[in-house]
Each structure stands twice: as structure tokens, then as C-alpha cells.
Design a binder for this molecule. Structure first.
Ligand code: AMP
Length: 605
């Protein structure tokens, strides 16, 4: 690299017209990209692909999630000589997992190239498979440096005609002690090969390596100057890929949204996801770069007018979208860079309103998240998957709203009142049971509430956790733990309600929904009720109310003083908690207590 070589900043996201064919790709590779559903190159791809196709070496500062694999794989595939029998491309990766992922990516991008052989080579796998494949002839080898060196030492890997060498996650390879192996491979392969080095960081050792072994490389960094608007609340949820759809459904249940854009990475997924949301009863439609302009406009107008609530979109399709109703943006797939991130979340919080942005991050994508946080200089708050309790509280609140709404249609109510009264008189059934029966009719077969997750036997759970660890699937385990909590909550509830000696559990009518915190509860009860610090036991904040352990013998005087106490503007209505039988957990203070049901007419659960 010459000293006056300024790094090239990848800014593809700012140039709306860039397509993969603009970058110089064509034929079978382009066709494969269409199959996988990529619409536009990511920033690192837009900057790297033309350079590599032009034959120049590259040093790319890029992390996992930026699309760097395609950035080096596509130019290799586009120039592959299928008649050459010895390996012509070698990708070095720090771990077996990454080597396998890179191989998979190559296979997908090579789907329309007949007769391409790609071989993963890593330690821990028997030599037999690798040797027989190498003997048959492979075009691309992807491997960890140690095992590649073993093959070179044994003379079983012929790199004498190597044309392309990629160092993927170079900094990681050095950290894992592969520096010497990497240098040997760089030095002992043909001098005229093209080298592409990718690294998330640029320590001195890598600079030195690139100076020594690369020829006039172009240094490419992804532009990071970005700003997000302060009126948008940004959160993220760690979730595995398979759990995303359920996570989205729970978010749709508990978030108070008006209009929403759900961003995904590929156009194929826009259609699939919109379909799944419609099947779950939401009004959702897909927009992507393949959809004709007229249709796109129609869809956007439906979103504006409220006929449609959710748009599932790719970056391209949502470019410039300005709809005030969009209260939420969900990044179902986190974007490859901070630039598209800022653009995406800017679709909400329009016209001075506030907005919410929620990004799904798989455990592997945490690096990408930190990069976005760094670039936007705004930390994102981690959110938890809405629990079964939270979903159910929202469902009950909506159910109440429907009743209130129906009651306000006085004329229609009038018509049914006599019918119900007639039924009550002739069947000797309490009115509340008739109302409950009508609710069953209105609800149909779909259960009103989510069932808590069943508790699993302890041993099985232990075994599964071990399996999860073997798979390295941290996100899934975390999720399961949360669900276990839902499942265990009943037992825990009962245990926690048993206050210590001399103490009793009291209930107050403010909860998480009213954004109450334990310190506010302690403050209010201490100041207004004259309670002392040692009078407080455990405090549990629930969605609609809170449970506080206080002395069992609170004096009448204290109770009287607390009668008019408010927290966050709400009367706390302190009273001893009598617990709740399992199925009545939502029977909280906000809801009128139910009379005992008439036995004969009890609807089946
Ligand atoms: P990587 O940084 O190579 O690990 O890629 C991260 C993810 O982005 C992978 O799931 C790719 O399939 C996906 N991806 C890469 N390039 C694009 C693109 N141009 N458009 C949409 N998704 C992409």
C-alpha cells in the first residue's frame, strides 16, 4: 500500500441505483443472487467486488454480518476456470464453523455454475474424506490454517497454481495463534495470486503482513458517519433465527403500534413473512424491488389510510418512504451496516412524532450491533421477549376494550337486552354467566389466553441445555430459560407470596404498565405511611399490580394514612394480597371481582 493511498469508503447505500450487475457480475452468479433474494449489494460488496474483479488486492475492514463473504466469493466464482484441476482459490478462516459457513455461502452462489467443487478442510475431521476429494480435484478450498499447513507438509495439497487467496477474519486468526501458518501460506504460494484480506480490526501485525505480502492493495472501510433521530426509542432483542417469527408475533401483541414496517434482508422473505402474518390475522403486505411501482404505490397508500398495518419490506423498497402512521420499525434481520440501519429506523418518528425501533439480533450478530451502536453513538437498550403474562394482560385489556366499545353502541345493546333478560328469567342463570357464555361464542375456538409453557422434568432440561451448549446456541437457551420462567411462574408465585415471619404480602394497584419502580413504592409508603426501612420485604412488580411484603400487623392508623397515597398519579389501593388461584392470575385490581359461577352453566375450559 502506498502511503498516499487514502482508504476508499464504501458508501453503496447512498447510491440508490447500484445493482450487482453494475458491479460487473453477470450470468450464473447473478442468477444465483436472484435466487437467494439479494436485491442490492451491501456497502462492503459495492466497494470490494469491482476492485477484486479488476484484479487488485484488497484489505477490507469488515465484520461478520456486513456481507463480506459474498464480497470475496462472488468475484472468485465469476472468474473461476473450471478446467483447472488443482485448487485455484483458498480461503483461510479462523474456525471450523466459519469455514463451513463460507463453504455453504460458496455453494449457494455457485448453484448455477455446473461442476464447481468446493472443499472444507478443517482439523478434527478425518483426513480420508479430504484426501479423496483433493485427489478428485477441487476448485476452491476453504479451511483453517493449521489443517491446511498439515496438508501442505504432507504434500497432499497442491497450491502451485493458486490464483486467489482470501484471509477471512484475519485478526481472529492471529489471535488464535495462526500468524506463522498464515505467513507461511502467503509466502509459499504463487507470487502473482490475488489476495483479499478481511479483518474487523487493523492491528499492527496485520498492517505489516499486508505491506509485506499484498501488492498495492486497496484499503476499504465501511463508512460510519451516521446519525439517528432522538425521538426514536431504539431497542434490540437477542433471538435465534428460528424464533424470530414467534418473537415478532409476541411483539405485535404487546406493543401499542399503529403502522409498522418489518425489514428483512431478502425479497423472498418479504413475501413469506407477510403471508405468515396474514395467516395470524394481521393485515400485512410485502413490498420489494420486484414489485411494480404502481402496486407499490397502492400498498403504501393502503398503509397511509390505515387499510394496512404492517409492511414487510427490503431496504430498496422502503427507500424514502414517508408515512406518518408508522409508529414502529422492526428489523427482523438486522441490516448489514449502520447506514441502512439509520435509513430504516428513520421511517418512523416522522413529522415530529415519536417512534420505536426494535432490532432482532442473533447471537452471532452481536458484533454488528456494537458496530451500529458505535457508528450512531447511541446505545440500544436490550429488551426481553414479552412473557406469556404480558401477552395475556394485553389480550385481556383488548377484550375489555371490545366490551366497552360494544356497550357504547346503545341501540344495538337495547335490542339484545330483552333477549338476555328473557334467558336469565327462564333458565335461572346469573347474568354474568350468560355474558361469559356469549364471550365463548364471540371468541370461537381460539383460546383467549396463551397457556403458560408446561414445566419439563429437571433431568431432560439439563440434557437439553448441554446439547445447546454443544451447539453454541446461546440465544435459544436464553429464550428457553425465559419460557421456563413463564412455566414455573405459578409455583414461584405461590412460594413468593409466603412472606417471612411477622410479614404479610400486600398488593398495590400500580405495576409495570404504570412504569413503577421499587424505589418509588418504598418512597411513597415510607413518606406517607411512616414505614421504616426494615419494614420492607420483597417487592415484586407485575404487569398490572405489585406485591410488597410489609409487617402483618400494619396499624389502622398507617392503613388510613395510605388510603389516599398515589404513585405515578394512581391510587395505590393497598390491601392484603390473597393470592390468585392458578387460572385467575389476571383477576387483578383493575378488573371487577367475579361472582361465583352457577355450577350447571359453567362453560368448559
Ligand atoms: P456475512 O457478513 O458474509 O456473514 O453476511 C451476513 C448475512 O447477510 C448473510 O446471511 C448473507 O446471506 C446476507 N447477505 C449478504 N449480502 C447480502 C445482500 N447484498 N443483500 C441481502 N443479504 C445479504
Amino acid at each position: 500500500m502506498t502511503s498516499d493511498d487514502a482508504p476508499v469508503e464504501a458508501a453503496a447505500a447512498e447510491q440508490p441505483a447500484t445493482t450487482f450487475s453494475d458491479l460487473g457480475l453477470d450470468g450464473p452468479v447473478l442468477k444465483a443472487l436472484d435466487d437467494v433474494g439479494y436485491e442490492t449489494p451491501s456497502a462492503i460488496q459495492a466497494a470490494t467486488i469491482p476492485t477484486l474483479l479488476g484484479g487488485r488486492d484488497v484489505v477490507g475492514l469488515a465484520q461478520t454480518g456486513t456481507g463480506k463473504t459474498a464480497a470475496f466469493a462472488l468475484p472468485i466464482l465469476a472468474r473461476l476456470d473450471l478446467s483447472q484441476k488443482t485448487p485455484q482459490a483458498l480461503v483461510l478462516a479462523p474456525t471450523r464453523e466459519l469455514a463451513l459457513q463460507v463453504c455453504e455461502a460458496f455453494e449457494r452462489y455457485a448453484a448455477h455454475l455446473r461442476g464447481v467443487h468446493i472443499l472444507p478442510v478443517y482439523g478434527g475431521q478425518g483426513y480420508g474424506v479430504q484426501l479423496s476429494a483433493l485427489r478428485r480435484g477441487v476448485h476452491i478450498v476453504v479451511g483453517t490454517p493449521g489443517r491446511i499447513m498439515d496438508h501442505l507438509d504432507k504434500g497432499t495439497l497442491d497450491l502451485s497454481e493458486l490464483k486467489y487467496l482470501v484471509l477471512d477474519e484475519a485478526d481472529e486468526m492471529l489471535k488464535m495463534g495462526f500468524a506463522e501458518d498464515v505467513e507461511t501460506i502467503l509466502a509459499d504460494t504463487p507470487d502473482d495470486k490475488q489476495v483479499a484480506l478481511f479483518s474487523a480490526t487493523m492491528p499492527a501485525a496485520i498492517r505489516r503482513m499486508s505491506k509485506q505480502y499484498l501488492h498495492d492493495p486497496e484499503e476499504i472501510t465501511v463508512k460510519t458517519k451516521t446519525q439517528t433521530s432522538a425521538n426514536i426509542t431504539q431497542r434490540y432483542l437477542v433471538v435465534s433465527y428460528q424464533q424470530k417469527i414467534d418473537a415478532l408475533t409476541r411483539i405485535l401483541e404487546v406493543e401499542n403500534f399503529e403502522g409498522m414496517i418489518v425489514f428483512v434482508r431478502t425479497k423472498n422473505v418479504t413475501e413469506e413473512l407477510a403471508e405468515k402474518l396474514r395467516a395470524r390475522g394481521y393485515s400485512a403486505a410485502a413490498i420489494n424491488g420486484d414489485i411494480a411501482q404502481a402496486q407499490r404505490e397502492r400498498t403504501v397508500n393502503q398503509l397511509k389510510s390505515g387499510k394496512l398495518d404492517i409492511l414487510v419490506a427490503t431496504d430498496v423498497a422502503a427507500r424514502g418512504l414517508d408515512v406518518e402512521r408508522i409508529s414502529h420499525v422492526v428489523n427482523f434481520d438486522i441490516p448489514t451496516d449502520s447506514e441502512p440501519y439509520v435509513h430504516r429506523i428513520g421511517r418512523t418518528g416522522r413529522a415530529g412524532r415519536t417512534g420505536d425501533a426494535i432490532s432482532f439480533v442473533t447471537p452471532r450478530e452481536r458484533g454488528l450491533l456494537s458496530r451500529i451502536e458505535k457508528a450512531t453513538r447511541q446505545p440500544l437498550n436490550q429488551m426481553q421477549l414479552p412473557s406469556v403474562d404480558e401477552v395475556n394482560v394485553t389480550r385481556l385489556a383488548r377484550f375489555d376494550d371490545r366490551i366497552t366499545e360494544a356497550l357504547s353502541a346503545a341501540e344495538r345493546i337495547e335490542g339484545f337486552r330483552d333477549i338476555v333478560a328473557h334467558y336469565v328469567r327462564h333458565h335461572d342463570v346469573p347474568e354474568v354467566d350468560v355474558a361469559a357464555a356469549l364471550a365463548v361464542v364471540a371468541q370461537g375456538e381460539t383460546p383467549l389466553l396463551l397457556e403458560p409453557e408446561p414445566e419439563r422434568p429437571r433431568r431432560e432440561r439439563g440434557t437439553r441445555d448441554r446439547d445447546d451448549r454443544d451447539r453454541g446456541d446461546r440465544g435459544e437457551r436464553r429464550w428457553r430459560d425465559r419460557d421456563d420462567r413463564d412455566g414455573d411462574s405459578e409455583r414461584r408465585d405461590r412460594r413468593q407470596r409466603q412472606a417471612g415471619p411477622g410479614m404479610a404480602t400486600y398488593r398495590i394497584a400500580v405495576g409495570r404498565r404504570h412504569r413503577v419502580e421499587p424505589r418509588q413504592i418504598v418512597g411513597a409508603l415510607a413518606n406517607e405511611g411512616g414505614l421504616r426501612r426494615d419494614d420492607f420485604g420483597a417487592i415484586q412488580i407485575r404487569p398490572e399490580f405489585s406485591l410488597v411484603e410489609l409487617p402483618a400487623d400494619l396499624s389502622d392508623d398507617t392503613l388510613a394514612r395510605l388510603e389516599n397515597t398515589r404513585i405515578s398519579g394512581r391510587l395505590i389501593e393497598l390491601r392484603p394480597d390473597r393470592g390468585a388461584p392458578p387460572r385467575r392470575r389476571y383477576d387483578d385490581d383493575d378488573r371487577p371481582a367475579r361472582k361465583p359461577r352457577h355450577k350447571s352453566s359453567r362453560p368448559r375450559d
